[in-house]
Design a protein around this ligand. Structure first.
Ligand code: M6R
Length: 603
């Protein structure tokens, strides 16, 4: 989604901003811009629709400065045009602002406070910067005007403001959208994601909702909107910049798919180092053991990982578990059990849909755990407990290694909980061994990459539609495989419970329609095979993916056996590679599919 960078105190502000914006490209955007000021009376605003490369091409040698702000915009209010790109400026040309999030009452604010101002864009961001200018014009000092404007805003914002009459300061505000201040020797940076500035510093101050920061090159004052000063030490962000490089792979997605066996092994080392019982914070286990029901809340791929987690918690920890879409739960909360505990699954830890549920359930006094790949994220900080995915930075918009890491952490946690509760199924479950089998099984799929590429070509080269079917966990994998294919190759793909085909969807099967059947559940394998035959009887083109012990002659891909609840760790790798090669062969930008953002920070 939108990305923010800012810097004060560096001679090379333009380059710092450009490099930072490039690091944020993975989040998804459709226009970009920057403002720089040399603090000697010269400044420049450059904005372009499209890629950072277009912005870079528009920057002449004269565009230099010692401070500035930059932005990648993923359009929400208003189309992706230059006028709507950030930085937005006030009509008096004094204030420049970059902003992430959505100010939901922008129209009402404009009507009430800016009746005489002609807005030059369709953005809520412009309303905010015009408000600051209006309050300053009526005699308020800049920082006070900034706070006044922010305290009127409803919705979410992370923003960075420049006052051209005083370029020795940068002003920063945050509510619900993430923002960090980086500290260096004689300079400060601002970033919506630490990755953007990691080559300049690893020291970052996390901001809380409702805080405003006044920065100079060497000072940093944090205060609340009410003016109460806050003192906070920086934390060290440990991810290395190199971990976010593509290495020899043409796209991050392929690199991240290939990292999955290593992530499985890393999780075993992190959570079950002596391979006996997983090690989990006893206070967390106590909380979970007291729950009469778990509510897993997530979005997209993380939701699909939750669907795989449900039977793990029910079987290994003997606790009823529900899985909910965050975007639905927040506004239609189901009837809850007497002692619920909430588990938020989120790669980024910043998904606004999930965060609004976290805020809502905390208001009701319920406890929560976040399982995330980003230890410093909002959901990790705000939940009562957090567990890491240890997957390393995931850059491609399509989530792959985070999905399998989420399932693995669910398995580790369910086992630890079951063992703490003395559930017999958990006592005999060797989760470390299962994850080792998963790593080996994933590697075997990766070793068959060329064959899967050929199958992707045969199945999906020209198709507009595709179906994925399975039962039980294979149904959950079908949903995820379909999401992977649709989001990066734009094929209309659907995942179905195999038994549901005959209740309607089979009407869509015509000669050649590609249907991938996942067969890893011994209880329902025969039924899924029958459903596949029903598809073939109508001319559909079926690709069968089966586990070794259930394989039959003619199956297209045979993958390793492991506990039936954990087969998604291996079968999905087939789905990921099918999607990757379909997108790659069609010539799409695999890592940055159209209209999508990596970190979805608006509801
Ligand atoms: O960061 P999160 O796991 O909370 O993100 C949730 C979804 O936005 C995400 O999984 C999305 O569906 C991915 N593009 C899927 O590949």
């Amino acid at each position: 989604m939108c990305g923010i960078v800012g810097v004060i105190g560096r001679q090379d502000a333009t380059q710092v901003l450009l490099k930072g914006l490039e690091k944020l490209e993975y989040r998804g955007y459709d226009s970009a811009g920057l403002y720089v000021n040399d603090q000697q009376g010269h400044d420049h605003l450059v904005r372009r629709v499209g890629r950072i490369a277009a912005l870079e091409a528009a920057i002449t040698p004269a565009v230099t400065g010692t401070m500035g702000i930059g932005h990648t915009r993923w359009a929400t209010n208003g189309k992706p045009t230059e006028a709507n790109a950030h930085p937005q400026r006030s009509s008096d040309d004094r204030f420049y602002l970059v902003h992430n999030g959505v100010i939901t009452n922008a129209q009402a604010l404009a009507a009430q406070y800016l009746p005489a101002v002609t807005l030059a864009s369709d953005t809520d961001t412009e309303v905010l910067v015009q408000l600051v200018a209006a309050f300053v014009q009526s005699g308020t000092a800049t920082v006070a005007a900034f706070k006044q404007a922010l305290s009127l805003c409803e919705g979410s914002y992370a923003c960075c403001l420049v006052d051209r009459l005083d370029p020795s300061h940068l002003y920063v505000g945050k509510n619900k959208s993430p923002l960090l201040i980086g500290q260096g020797d004689g300079f400060h940076v601002v970033a919506s994601d630490a990755l953007a500035m990691l080559d300049l510093t690893d020291q970052f101050i996390e901001l809380k909702d409702g805080e405003v920061v006044t920065l100079t090159a060497t000072t940093c004052r944090i205060e609340t909107l009410a003016g109460e000063q806050r003192l906070r030490e920086p934390i060290t962000v440990t991810i290395t910049d190199g971990a976010a490089d593509k290495g020899p792979y043409p796209y991050y997605m392929l690199k991240e798919i290939n990292e999955q066996p290593a992530v499985m092994r890393r999780l075993v080392t992190a959570y079950a180092p002596d391979a006996a019982a997983p090690v989990v914070d006893p206070a967390l286990l106590k909380l979970l053991a007291a729950a009469d029901r778990l509510y897993i809340v997530a979005a997209g791929t993380s939701y699909h990982a939750g669907l795989v987690g449900k039977p793990l918690f029910e079987r290994l920890a003997n606790v009823p578990t529900e899985v909910h879409l965050a975007s639905e739960f927040g506004y239609h909360q189901p009837l809850l059990s007497a002692h619920p505990v909430f588990i938020f699954l989120s790669q980024s830890g910043e998904t606004a849909d999930s965060r609004q549920v976290l805020v809502a359930i905390q208001k009701q006094g319920f406890k929560s755990l976040t399982i995330t790949n980003v230890a410093t994220s909002t959901l990790a900080r705000e939940a009562d407990f957090a567990l890491g995915l240890h997957a390393g930075p995931e850059i491609a918009v399509a989530s792959t290694k985070a999905y399998t890491a989420q399932i693995a952490v669910e398995a580790l946690l369910a086992t630890a909980l079951g063992q703490a509760k003395r559930v017999p199924a958990a006592a005999s479950f060797d989760v470390a061994h299962q994850l080792s089998l998963a790593a080996a099984g994933q590697q075997a799929v990766l070793d068959a990459t060329d064959r899967i590429h050929a199958l992707a070509t045969a199945m999906f080269e020209d198709t507009r539609d595709a179906f994925f079917i399975g039962r039980g966990v294979d149904h959950a994998v079908s949903l995820e495989a379909a999401l992977k294919l649709k989001e990066i190759s734009y094929v209309q793909a659907e995942g179905f419970a195999a038994g549901e085909l005959k209740h309607g969807t089979i009407a869509l099967i015509t000669p050649g329609t590609p249907v991938t059947a996942f067969i890893s559940d011994p209880v329902t394998a025969a039924h899924t095979r029958s459903n596949a035959q029903e598809v073939e009887a109508r001319g559909g083109h079926v690709l069968r993916v089966a586990t070794q012990s259930l394989a039959q002659p003619g199956d297209d891909l045979v993958v390793a056996d492991l506990d039936a609840a954990l087969t998604p760790l291996v079968t999905i790798v087939v789905g990921q590679l099918l999607a990757y090669f379909t997108s790659f062969d069609r010539g799409y930008d695999v890592d940055r599919p159209r209209n999508l953002a990596k970190s979805v920070t608006v509801e």
